[in-house]
Design a protein around this ligand. Structure first.
Ligand SMILES: O=C(O)CCC(=O)C(=O)O
Ligand SMILES: [Fe+2]
Length: 334
Protein backbone atom coordinates (compact mmCIF):
# COMPACT_ATOMS: atom_id res chain seq x y z
CA UNK A 1 0.00 0.00 0.00
CA UNK A 2 1.16 3.57 -0.62
CA UNK A 3 2.47 5.14 2.61
CA UNK A 4 0.29 7.95 3.96
CA UNK A 5 3.36 9.96 4.88
CA UNK A 6 4.18 10.41 1.21
CA UNK A 7 3.03 13.80 0.07
CA UNK A 8 0.75 13.88 -2.91
CA UNK A 9 -0.31 16.89 -4.93
CA UNK A 10 -3.87 16.91 -6.18
CA UNK A 11 -3.42 17.80 -9.81
CA UNK A 12 -0.83 17.74 -12.53
CA UNK A 13 -1.14 21.29 -13.82
CA UNK A 14 2.60 21.63 -13.25
CA UNK A 15 3.44 18.92 -15.78
CA UNK A 16 4.58 20.45 -19.08
CA UNK A 17 2.39 19.61 -22.08
CA UNK A 18 4.29 20.29 -25.29
CA UNK A 19 2.50 20.77 -28.60
CA UNK A 20 4.78 19.27 -31.24
CA UNK A 21 3.00 21.06 -34.08
CA UNK A 22 4.37 24.43 -32.96
CA UNK A 23 7.48 26.10 -34.32
CA UNK A 24 10.51 23.78 -34.08
CA UNK A 25 12.91 25.97 -32.11
CA UNK A 26 10.16 26.80 -29.63
CA UNK A 27 9.35 23.09 -29.14
CA UNK A 28 13.03 22.30 -28.72
CA UNK A 29 13.48 24.95 -26.00
CA UNK A 30 10.35 23.75 -24.19
CA UNK A 31 11.60 20.17 -24.21
CA UNK A 32 15.01 21.16 -22.85
CA UNK A 33 13.38 23.24 -20.11
CA UNK A 34 11.08 20.36 -19.11
CA UNK A 35 14.03 17.94 -18.96
CA UNK A 36 16.06 20.35 -16.84
CA UNK A 37 13.34 21.13 -14.34
CA UNK A 38 11.49 17.83 -14.01
CA UNK A 39 12.72 15.22 -16.48
CA UNK A 40 9.14 14.52 -17.54
CA UNK A 41 6.65 16.01 -20.03
CA UNK A 42 3.70 15.10 -22.21
CA UNK A 43 3.53 15.63 -25.94
CA UNK A 44 0.40 16.26 -27.99
CA UNK A 45 0.03 16.58 -31.79
CA UNK A 46 2.88 14.08 -31.99
CA UNK A 47 1.90 12.64 -35.37
CA UNK A 48 1.69 8.96 -34.34
CA UNK A 49 -1.09 7.27 -36.33
CA UNK A 50 -4.12 6.72 -34.01
CA UNK A 51 -4.84 3.41 -35.76
CA UNK A 52 -1.43 2.05 -34.74
CA UNK A 53 -2.12 3.11 -31.15
CA UNK A 54 -5.60 1.62 -31.02
CA UNK A 55 -4.45 -1.69 -32.57
CA UNK A 56 -1.72 -1.91 -29.94
CA UNK A 57 -4.24 -1.27 -27.18
CA UNK A 58 -6.81 -3.75 -28.52
CA UNK A 59 -4.20 -6.49 -28.89
CA UNK A 60 -2.88 -5.81 -25.37
CA UNK A 61 -6.40 -6.14 -23.92
CA UNK A 62 -6.84 -9.38 -25.84
CA UNK A 63 -3.48 -10.72 -24.62
CA UNK A 64 -3.99 -9.94 -20.93
CA UNK A 65 -7.49 -11.44 -21.00
CA UNK A 66 -5.99 -14.89 -21.72
CA UNK A 67 -5.40 -17.53 -19.03
CA UNK A 68 -2.02 -17.21 -17.30
CA UNK A 69 -0.75 -20.51 -18.71
CA UNK A 70 -1.34 -19.26 -22.22
CA UNK A 71 0.29 -15.89 -21.50
CA UNK A 72 3.39 -17.69 -20.25
CA UNK A 73 3.85 -19.14 -23.74
CA UNK A 74 4.69 -15.66 -25.03
CA UNK A 75 8.43 -16.20 -25.25
CA UNK A 76 10.38 -14.33 -27.92
CA UNK A 77 13.03 -16.54 -29.50
CA UNK A 78 16.00 -14.72 -27.90
CA UNK A 79 17.92 -14.83 -24.65
CA UNK A 80 17.17 -12.28 -21.98
CA UNK A 81 14.56 -11.36 -19.41
CA UNK A 82 11.77 -11.33 -22.00
CA UNK A 83 8.24 -12.69 -22.00
CA UNK A 84 5.31 -12.65 -19.59
CA UNK A 85 5.71 -11.74 -15.93
CA UNK A 86 3.29 -11.59 -13.03
CA UNK A 87 4.01 -9.33 -10.03
CA UNK A 88 7.79 -9.86 -10.03
CA UNK A 89 9.91 -6.90 -11.10
CA UNK A 90 13.56 -7.76 -11.77
CA UNK A 91 15.51 -10.40 -9.91
CA UNK A 92 15.84 -8.83 -6.45
CA UNK A 93 12.41 -9.51 -4.98
CA UNK A 94 10.48 -6.39 -6.01
CA UNK A 95 6.78 -7.05 -6.31
CA UNK A 96 4.00 -5.00 -7.92
CA UNK A 97 0.26 -5.38 -8.34
CA UNK A 98 0.46 -5.98 -12.08
CA UNK A 99 1.37 -8.26 -14.96
CA UNK A 100 3.45 -7.43 -18.00
CA UNK A 101 4.88 -8.56 -21.30
CA UNK A 102 8.49 -7.50 -21.94
CA UNK A 103 9.72 -7.61 -25.51
CA UNK A 104 12.95 -6.83 -27.33
CA UNK A 105 12.43 -4.43 -30.24
CA UNK A 106 15.14 -5.30 -32.72
CA UNK A 107 13.59 -8.59 -33.81
CA UNK A 108 12.05 -9.56 -37.07
CA UNK A 109 8.36 -10.34 -36.96
CA UNK A 110 7.12 -13.04 -37.33
CA UNK A 111 10.23 -15.24 -37.32
CA UNK A 112 11.57 -14.25 -33.88
CA UNK A 113 8.67 -12.42 -32.31
CA UNK A 114 6.23 -15.24 -31.88
CA UNK A 115 3.89 -15.60 -28.94
CA UNK A 116 2.60 -19.11 -29.34
CA UNK A 117 -1.10 -19.77 -30.00
CA UNK A 118 -2.95 -17.28 -32.19
CA UNK A 119 -0.98 -14.18 -31.27
CA UNK A 120 0.33 -13.17 -34.68
CA UNK A 121 -1.90 -10.08 -34.58
CA UNK A 122 -0.19 -9.00 -31.38
CA UNK A 123 3.20 -9.48 -33.06
CA UNK A 124 2.31 -7.26 -35.99
CA UNK A 125 0.69 -4.61 -33.72
CA UNK A 126 3.89 -4.52 -31.65
CA UNK A 127 6.09 -4.19 -34.74
CA UNK A 128 4.10 -1.21 -36.09
CA UNK A 129 3.85 0.44 -32.68
CA UNK A 130 7.57 0.10 -31.97
CA UNK A 131 8.45 1.60 -35.34
CA UNK A 132 6.13 4.58 -34.68
CA UNK A 133 7.31 5.33 -31.14
CA UNK A 134 10.94 4.85 -32.15
CA UNK A 135 10.44 7.60 -34.79
CA UNK A 136 8.85 9.80 -32.14
CA UNK A 137 11.68 9.12 -29.66
CA UNK A 138 14.29 9.96 -32.32
CA UNK A 139 12.47 13.16 -33.26
CA UNK A 140 12.36 14.24 -29.62
CA UNK A 141 16.01 13.30 -29.09
CA UNK A 142 16.95 15.42 -32.12
CA UNK A 143 14.98 18.35 -30.69
CA UNK A 144 16.90 17.88 -27.43
CA UNK A 145 20.23 17.87 -29.29
CA UNK A 146 19.24 21.11 -31.05
CA UNK A 147 18.16 22.78 -27.84
CA UNK A 148 21.38 21.74 -26.11
CA UNK A 149 23.54 22.81 -29.09
CA UNK A 150 25.23 19.42 -29.33
CA UNK A 151 25.90 17.81 -32.76
CA UNK A 152 22.73 16.74 -34.59
CA UNK A 153 21.59 13.13 -34.01
CA UNK A 154 23.96 12.72 -31.05
CA UNK A 155 21.27 10.86 -29.12
CA UNK A 156 19.01 9.50 -31.85
CA UNK A 157 21.82 7.66 -33.64
CA UNK A 158 22.17 5.46 -30.55
CA UNK A 159 18.53 4.41 -30.85
CA UNK A 160 18.63 3.98 -34.62
CA UNK A 161 21.59 1.56 -34.41
CA UNK A 162 20.51 -1.87 -35.68
CA UNK A 163 21.57 -3.50 -32.42
CA UNK A 164 20.05 -0.82 -30.17
CA UNK A 165 18.97 -2.44 -26.93
CA UNK A 166 15.52 -0.84 -26.75
CA UNK A 167 12.63 -2.73 -25.18
CA UNK A 168 8.85 -2.52 -25.06
CA UNK A 169 6.84 -3.39 -21.98
CA UNK A 170 3.09 -3.78 -21.89
CA UNK A 171 1.87 -3.33 -18.31
CA UNK A 172 -1.55 -4.35 -17.08
CA UNK A 173 -2.73 -3.18 -13.66
CA UNK A 174 -5.93 -5.01 -12.72
CA UNK A 175 -8.73 -3.02 -11.11
CA UNK A 176 -9.59 -3.55 -7.44
CA UNK A 177 -12.68 -5.48 -8.59
CA UNK A 178 -10.54 -7.88 -10.60
CA UNK A 179 -8.13 -8.39 -7.67
CA UNK A 180 -11.15 -9.04 -5.43
CA UNK A 181 -12.55 -11.69 -7.71
CA UNK A 182 -9.21 -13.41 -8.32
CA UNK A 183 -8.24 -13.50 -4.62
CA UNK A 184 -11.72 -14.22 -3.28
CA UNK A 185 -11.51 -11.05 -1.11
CA UNK A 186 -14.81 -9.75 0.27
CA UNK A 187 -16.46 -6.72 -1.26
CA UNK A 188 -16.20 -5.05 2.13
CA UNK A 189 -12.40 -5.42 2.18
CA UNK A 190 -11.54 -1.72 2.46
CA UNK A 191 -7.81 -2.26 1.93
CA UNK A 192 -8.60 -2.88 -1.73
CA UNK A 193 -10.07 0.57 -2.17
CA UNK A 194 -6.87 2.23 -0.92
CA UNK A 195 -4.10 3.07 -3.37
CA UNK A 196 -1.72 0.13 -3.88
CA UNK A 197 1.71 0.13 -5.43
CA UNK A 198 1.39 -1.20 -8.95
CA UNK A 199 4.98 -0.47 -9.97
CA UNK A 200 7.23 0.92 -7.25
CA UNK A 201 9.25 4.10 -7.27
CA UNK A 202 12.26 4.05 -9.64
CA UNK A 203 14.10 5.80 -12.43
CA UNK A 204 14.32 4.26 -15.89
CA UNK A 205 17.88 3.20 -16.71
CA UNK A 206 17.88 3.77 -20.51
CA UNK A 207 18.11 7.03 -22.50
CA UNK A 208 14.48 8.03 -23.00
CA UNK A 209 11.11 6.48 -22.15
CA UNK A 210 7.97 6.92 -24.25
CA UNK A 211 4.86 5.90 -22.29
CA UNK A 212 1.23 5.84 -23.21
CA UNK A 213 -1.69 4.64 -21.12
CA UNK A 214 -5.36 4.02 -21.60
CA UNK A 215 -7.78 6.46 -19.99
CA UNK A 216 -7.12 5.20 -16.45
CA UNK A 217 -4.80 7.15 -14.13
CA UNK A 218 -2.05 5.71 -11.94
CA UNK A 219 1.29 7.17 -13.03
CA UNK A 220 2.88 9.59 -10.55
CA UNK A 221 6.11 11.56 -10.85
CA UNK A 222 8.31 12.92 -8.08
CA UNK A 223 8.82 16.68 -8.20
CA UNK A 224 12.20 18.00 -7.04
CA UNK A 225 10.59 19.40 -3.86
CA UNK A 226 9.52 15.89 -2.80
CA UNK A 227 5.85 15.98 -3.83
CA UNK A 228 4.35 13.13 -5.82
CA UNK A 229 2.23 14.42 -8.68
CA UNK A 230 -0.37 12.19 -10.36
CA UNK A 231 -0.26 12.40 -14.14
CA UNK A 232 -3.80 12.73 -15.46
CA UNK A 233 -4.52 10.08 -18.08
CA UNK A 234 -4.69 11.25 -21.67
CA UNK A 235 -4.83 8.36 -24.15
CA UNK A 236 -4.07 10.70 -27.04
CA UNK A 237 -0.82 12.01 -25.53
CA UNK A 238 2.56 10.40 -24.92
CA UNK A 239 4.50 10.84 -21.70
CA UNK A 240 8.24 11.22 -22.05
CA UNK A 241 10.80 10.81 -19.32
CA UNK A 242 14.53 11.22 -19.16
CA UNK A 243 16.40 8.01 -18.33
CA UNK A 244 19.61 7.58 -16.33
CA UNK A 245 21.88 7.46 -19.41
CA UNK A 246 20.58 10.80 -20.66
CA UNK A 247 21.24 12.35 -17.25
CA UNK A 248 24.85 11.15 -17.56
CA UNK A 249 25.30 12.30 -21.18
CA UNK A 250 23.97 15.77 -20.31
CA UNK A 251 26.26 15.84 -17.25
CA UNK A 252 23.30 16.15 -14.93
CA UNK A 253 21.55 18.97 -16.84
CA UNK A 254 18.61 16.65 -17.54
CA UNK A 255 16.95 14.88 -14.61
CA UNK A 256 16.22 11.17 -14.67
CA UNK A 257 12.91 11.50 -12.86
CA UNK A 258 11.65 9.12 -10.16
CA UNK A 259 8.19 7.82 -10.92
CA UNK A 260 5.82 5.02 -9.92
CA UNK A 261 2.41 3.60 -10.81
CA UNK A 262 -0.35 3.12 -8.24
CA UNK A 263 -3.61 1.27 -8.67
CA UNK A 264 -6.75 2.65 -7.14
CA UNK A 265 -9.75 2.30 -9.28
CA UNK A 266 -12.44 0.08 -10.62
CA UNK A 267 -11.01 -0.01 -14.12
CA UNK A 268 -8.06 -1.93 -15.52
CA UNK A 269 -5.09 0.20 -16.43
CA UNK A 270 -2.88 -0.52 -19.42
CA UNK A 271 0.38 1.23 -20.12
CA UNK A 272 2.67 0.68 -23.09
CA UNK A 273 6.22 1.71 -22.44
CA UNK A 274 9.05 2.00 -24.97
CA UNK A 275 12.49 2.27 -23.39
CA UNK A 276 14.93 3.70 -25.92
CA UNK A 277 18.40 2.34 -25.21
CA UNK A 278 21.77 2.13 -27.00
CA UNK A 279 23.53 -1.05 -28.08
CA UNK A 280 25.06 -2.91 -25.16
CA UNK A 281 28.69 -2.00 -25.89
CA UNK A 282 28.05 1.74 -26.28
CA UNK A 283 30.29 3.82 -24.06
CA UNK A 284 28.33 6.37 -22.07
CA UNK A 285 29.91 9.51 -20.62
CA UNK A 286 29.12 13.22 -20.27
CA UNK A 287 29.24 14.79 -23.76
CA UNK A 288 32.30 16.93 -24.45
CA UNK A 289 30.11 19.67 -26.01
CA UNK A 290 28.12 19.93 -22.77
CA UNK A 291 31.27 20.02 -20.63
CA UNK A 292 32.84 22.67 -22.87
CA UNK A 293 29.74 24.87 -22.74
CA UNK A 294 29.12 24.49 -19.00
CA UNK A 295 30.98 25.29 -15.84
CA UNK A 296 30.97 21.79 -14.36
CA UNK A 297 33.67 19.12 -14.70
CA UNK A 298 32.40 15.68 -15.88
CA UNK A 299 30.22 14.41 -13.06
CA UNK A 300 30.25 10.78 -14.24
CA UNK A 301 32.86 8.26 -15.36
CA UNK A 302 32.69 6.42 -18.67
CA UNK A 303 30.88 3.08 -18.60
CA UNK A 304 29.14 0.83 -21.08
CA UNK A 305 25.42 0.19 -21.19
CA UNK A 306 26.28 -3.49 -20.53
CA UNK A 307 28.11 -2.49 -17.29
CA UNK A 308 25.23 -0.33 -16.22
CA UNK A 309 22.55 -2.93 -16.94
CA UNK A 310 24.45 -5.53 -14.95
CA UNK A 311 24.64 -3.15 -12.02
CA UNK A 312 20.92 -2.24 -12.27
CA UNK A 313 19.94 -5.92 -12.21
CA UNK A 314 21.92 -6.38 -8.97
CA UNK A 315 19.94 -3.68 -7.13
CA UNK A 316 16.41 -3.21 -5.83
CA UNK A 317 14.02 -1.23 -8.02
CA UNK A 318 14.08 1.96 -5.92
CA UNK A 319 17.85 2.06 -5.26
CA UNK A 320 19.88 4.96 -6.55
CA UNK A 321 22.06 3.52 -9.29
CA UNK A 322 23.79 6.57 -10.72
CA UNK A 323 25.72 7.74 -7.69
CA UNK A 324 28.16 4.88 -7.94
CA UNK A 325 29.14 6.06 -11.43
CA UNK A 326 29.94 9.59 -10.26
CA UNK A 327 33.50 10.67 -11.07
CA UNK A 328 34.55 10.95 -7.46
CA UNK A 329 33.50 7.39 -6.49
CA UNK A 330 36.39 4.95 -6.14
CA UNK A 331 36.05 2.24 -8.84
CA UNK A 332 37.07 -0.41 -6.30
CA UNK A 333 33.69 0.00 -4.59
CA UNK A 334 31.95 -1.33 -7.73
O1 LIG B 1 2.78 1.91 -15.96
C1 LIG B 1 3.23 3.01 -15.71
O2 LIG B 1 2.57 4.04 -15.77
C2 LIG B 1 4.67 3.15 -15.28
C3 LIG B 1 5.49 1.98 -15.67
C4 LIG B 1 6.95 2.24 -15.53
O3 LIG B 1 7.40 3.17 -14.92
C5 LIG B 1 7.87 1.32 -16.18
O4 LIG B 1 7.40 0.33 -16.81
O5 LIG B 1 9.10 1.56 -16.09
FE1 LIG C 1 9.49 3.45 -15.34
Amino acid sequence: MVKESQRLLAADQNIPVIDMSLERSHVSMQIVKACETLGFFKVVNHGVDPDIISRMEQESIHFFAKPVLEKKLAEPVVNGPFGYGLKNIGLMGDIGEFEYLLLPTNLRFPSQLSFGGDSTKLGSAVTCYVEAVKQLACEILDLMAEGLSVPPHTFSKLIRAVDSDSVLRLNHYPSSDKIRSSTGAKHSDVSLSLPRVGFGEHTDPQILTVLRSNGVGGLQVAFPDGWWVPVSPDPSAFCLNVGDLLQVMTNGRFISVRHRAVTTGHANRLSTVYFAGPSVHTKISPLSAIIAAGDQPPLYRTFTWADYKKFVYSLRLGDNRLDIFRSCVDERTL
